[in-house]
Structure formats: C-alpha cells, structure tokens
Design a binder for this molecule. Structure first.
Ligand SMILES: Nc1nc2c(ncn2[C@@H]2O[C@H](COP(=O)(O)OP(=O)(O)OP(=O)(O)O)[C@@H](O)[C@H]2O)c(=O)[nH]1
Ligand SMILES: [Mg+2]
Length: 494
C-alpha cells in the first residue's frame, strides 16, 4: 500500500458539471466525511448522519452554522408554514442558522463506497451559486477541496480498483462513441487487468525457475530444459503482441480518425462533406472556389469517431487569403489518417487532377469519383493505376445509397485487418501501449538470449523488467509523480 500524502484529509468537491441542472452533487470523502456533513446538515427528526445506517438517503437542509439570520415577518410566516412539515427548519431558525438549500443526502460508509472511505453525497438544487455555497460550508466545516481525480485516486490507493481500471473511469467519462464506451467498461470491469495478471503470473513462475537455476547451478539445465523455458517465454510474448495489435483499433475507437477532402474546385468536396454529415454544413454552389477556408466537422461512421475536413479546391491563389487557405489545406493533408481525392466523373481528367494525384502518391488515399449520376467522361485507369483499384470508389453526393457505400469503404480501409470487436479487450491508453512495447522487447530479448545460450542472469533480468512493465500498467509499481500526472487528467469531483 502507498504512503500517499494527503490521504488522511477529508476532501470535498462539486461532482456534477458546471452549469444549471436538475440537481448538483457535492461529494465528501474521508475519515471525517460524516462529521463534516453533520456540521452543515439538519436532518429531519433532529437525527445526525452518524446515527444513520450506511447506504441510506435522507432529506435535510444545508445550513450555514456561522451566519446570523435576523428574523423578519416573511421568515416568521415561513416558519409557521414549515413548522409541521420541516421541524429542522424551525431548529435552524431558532439557532439563527441560515438555510442554504433543501437537499437529499446519500450516506455510504467505508469500505463500501467509491473511494472505500466514508462518503457523503449532498444532492442539491442544480445551480452553481447554490452548489458553491454548499461546498463553502463543507470546506469551512473541515474538508479540503479535492484535486482533479482525487476520489478515483483514493479508490485506487485503497485497493478498490487497479490503475488500469481507474484509467477506464476517465475513458468512460470522455467516450465519444458507444463502441468506445463499451470497450472502456470492459476495462473498468478489470478484463485487461485479468489478462495482464495471467501473463504476469506465468512470467513470475519463469523468473523464479530461472533464479533457482542460477542459485543452484548443480541442478543444471540441459538443452531441452532451455528450450522449454524459451517456448514458455515465447507464448507470453505472443500474448503481449496480441494486446499490442489491438491498440491500433483501440486508438481509432478512442480518438477517431481524420479524413481530409481535397480536389480541384467544383468536384463536390463540400457536397460530400454535407452528405456524410447528413446536414447542410458547408456552403455548396456551382461557382468554382466556393470554399475558401478549411472547415472541420465531427461525425460518426459505424461507431468510429470521424473528423471530416473540407478544404479549398484552389490550386493557384488569387490573393493572400487563398494562399493561406492552401497552406492550411497542406497541413491538414499531412496530418490526415485518410485523404479523399475527389474527382468529377462528368469531366475528363485535367492537369490539376494529375498534379494532385502526383502530390498524394505517398499519402493514404481514397479516390472518390463524384457525380456518377451525370454522364461519365473521366478515364479512371490513371487513378486506378496510381492508387490501386480498391482505392477508387464511384459515388454521387446526391444519392444516399452512394454514401452508404462510401461509409462502408471508409471503415474497410481504416480497419483493414484490425479487429474492432469490442467484446474483446482493446488497449487504447498510450501509457499502456508503451509499457506493453517495453515488456515485449524484454521478452524478445530473453528469447534471443536463451537461443544464444547466454548466461541465465541476463534472462532473469529481462523477465524481471517485463514484470515491472506490466506492474506499471496495473499500478502495482508506479511512482507518486506519475500517479499524480495520470489523475490530473480527470475532472474535479471524480
Ligand atoms: N449532379 C451532381 N452534382 C453535384 C454532385 N456533387 C456536387 N454537385 C454539384 O457540384 C457543384 C459544386 O459542388 P461543391 O460541393 O460546392 O464543390 P466543391 O468541390 O466543394 O467546390 P469548391 O468549394 O469550389 O472547391 C454544386 O453545384 C453541387 O450541387 C453530384 O454528386 N452530382
Ligand atoms: Mg467547397
């Protein structure tokens, strides 16, 4: 268990997003959470939370114990009206306590809570002023403001979840598609950790075996024994390779991909963007040079988040604005996961099309031959020759079925041999990928050294390093600074 500074404090934060809503929640966690809450709450029947059972909900008023309230006629009328139904109001009034809000309080005693500490959640009316006022009272009563992700960090530090699971929490909050959400839920349930722990357990066995052979050389190891160890290391290396193979799909699901549409003026780039977005986002006219700036919009295609970028079709700038538009287009093309080179089916290829094809030779390109509803005049042998026939698709931005074909083609090209099966585990976290790559290198080196009959000390070192890498993912072995950095990406209140 970590000796983590600040773990003794009781922390509090507004756990719901900024802005107005039906309810807003102030969350308190720590050993004094119940005492702090009792200092600012008046429960019905003069009870205190400390006397209540865990996992119960209570109606209460949040009061400001220190503010002095002067009675006036409205207060007295209110008091008479409320006396029967809300005795707590009367008590607060008589004690000159200012009522801040009428709330529902959820009590979750340790260890059965999100943080595994005593937790009190105050469900207030959902406005920022009232929430801030309630939080202020909670802080005055002895809690300190929580840092970003500190509740989840405590869940991890108290062993409620491992680090990979804690990181899944932020992925769930930030998920842009239902596919990625499902994937993150697998990770939160601990499915990645189960796979990593299985690999780790076998590596520990191998490490112990190799260490025993080093320490008791008289037991010796023959060629067959060496081969057996080598085979067992190889199997684990393959397990890690499989997880790494999933990481490209994981990245796509998490971050999505960027598609940049380029092509000469009037070929229908903006029309295609609108058709894929299913809304009239970009201006479309039959005047060449309609789009003069880069336009970026988000869409989802078969559960994959996509950024679609429409560019200006200008090749020869007429002024400074168009010059800037061209240089921006080039930047976007460079950073694209996929470039649509849009051609016009109803026109023969022109010099500008050929120039673009040459420029994009090395990019990942899909040639989108648009306007197939019109009479065809284009010779497709050239783009097919340059990019390959499977990278050329004929569509009409005016026909919805055409767009379905285009969507299918996009998914096909992006995923190719990748597995987007979200029932399995996809590694999507860059930190996890890096650690897995290191572990894989360690095991590959171990296999190579084993093969070369190198001294077992070196094999043992590689196995130990691989185990350390896996431990860094689940948080068995990680330093405090890195932990702080991971949780600082969370929002406050989570
Ligand atoms: N018949 C037909 N017309 C289309 C199709 N796609 C686009 N158009 C028309 O072609 C013209 C140009 O379309 P845009 O989408 O503005 O073309 P663009 O490539 O964005 O043009 P710039 O912004 O000038 O570079 C418009 O009149 C569109 O209505 C199509 O599939 N079939
Ligand atoms: Mg346009």
């Amino acid at each position: 268990m970590y000796q983590y500074k600040g773990l003794e404090d009781t922390i509090a934060a507004i756990a719901t997003p900024a802005g107005q809503g039906g309810i807003g929640i102030v969350r308190i966690s720590g050993k004094d959470a119940i005492t702090v809450a009792d200092a600012v709450l008046r429960l019905q029947g003069d009870k205190s939370l400390a006397q209540c059972k865990s996992h119960t909900v209570h109606y209460a008023r949040v009061i400001s114990p220190n503010s002095v309230k002067r009675p006036n006629s409205i207060d007295v009328a209110e008091l008479c009206h409320c006396e029967e139904r809300f005795p707590a109001t009367k008590q607060s009034f008589l004690k000159n306590e200012n009522i801040i809000d009428e709330v529902l309080v959820t009590l979750m005693k340790a260890p059965k809570s999100y943080t595994a500490e005593d937790v009190v959640e105050i469900n207030c009316h959902g406005g920022m002023t009232v929430l801030r006022a309630v939080l202020e009272e909670v802080l005055s009563a002895g809690a300190r403001p929580a840092t970003p992700g500190e509740f989840t960090k405590r869940a991890f530090l108290h062993g409620r979840m491992d680090l990979a699971q804690a990181e899944a929490v932020i992925d769930i909050i930030q998920a842009r598609t239902s596919n990625f959400l499902r994937q993150s839920q697998h990770q939160l349930k601990g499915e990645l950790s189960i796979q990593l722990n299985a690999i780790r357990a076998e590596l520990i066995k191998l490490y112990t075996m190799v260490e025993a052979l080093i320490n008791f050389p008289e037991d010796g190891i023959d060629a067959q024994g060496r081969q057996q160890i080598l085979d067992r290391i190889s199997i684990q290396e393959k397990g890690i390779a499989k997880l790494l193979k999933s990481s490209e799909s994981g990245r796509i699901l998490k971050e999505g991909i960027r598609i940049v549409l380029c092509g000469k003026p009037n070929v229908g780039k903006s029309s295609l963007l609108n058709a894929l977005l299913k809304e009239q986002r970009a201006i479309v006219t039959n005047i060449a040079g309609t789009t003069r700036d880069v336009l970026e919009e988000s869409a989802q295609i078969k559960g994959i988040p996509i950024s679609l970028v429409d560019t200006a079709g200008i090749l020869e700038p007429r002024d400074l604005i168009e010059k800037e538009a061209i240089s921006r287009s080039h930047l976007y093309i460079k950073g694209a996961d996929l470039v649509f080179l849009v051609l016009d089916h109803s026109h023969p290829l022109e010099e500008q099309d050929r120039l673009l094809m040459q420029q994009l030779k090395t990019a990942r390109v899909l040639v989108v031959v648009n306007k197939i509803d019109l009479e065809g005049k284009i010779d497709l042998s050239v783009p097919k020759g340059i990019f390959g026939p499977e990278h050329v698709i004929e569509v009409s931005a005016l026909e919805p079925q055409s767009m379905q074909g285009l969507e299918a083609k996009i998914v096909d090209l992006i995923l190719k041999d990748k597995d987007l099966d979200t029932h399995g585990i996809l590694v999507s976290n860059v930190r996890h990928v890096k650690a897995l790559e290191e572990a894989q290198r360690n095991l590959q080196d171990a296999v190579r050294l084993m093969d070369q009959n190198t001294s077992l000390e070196f094999i043992s070192e590689e196995l130990k390093s691989a185990v350390n890498q896996l431990d860094a993912i689940t948080g068995r072995n990680i330093d405090e600074d890195l932990l702080d950095r991971i949780f600082s990406e969370f929002c406050i209140g989570k």
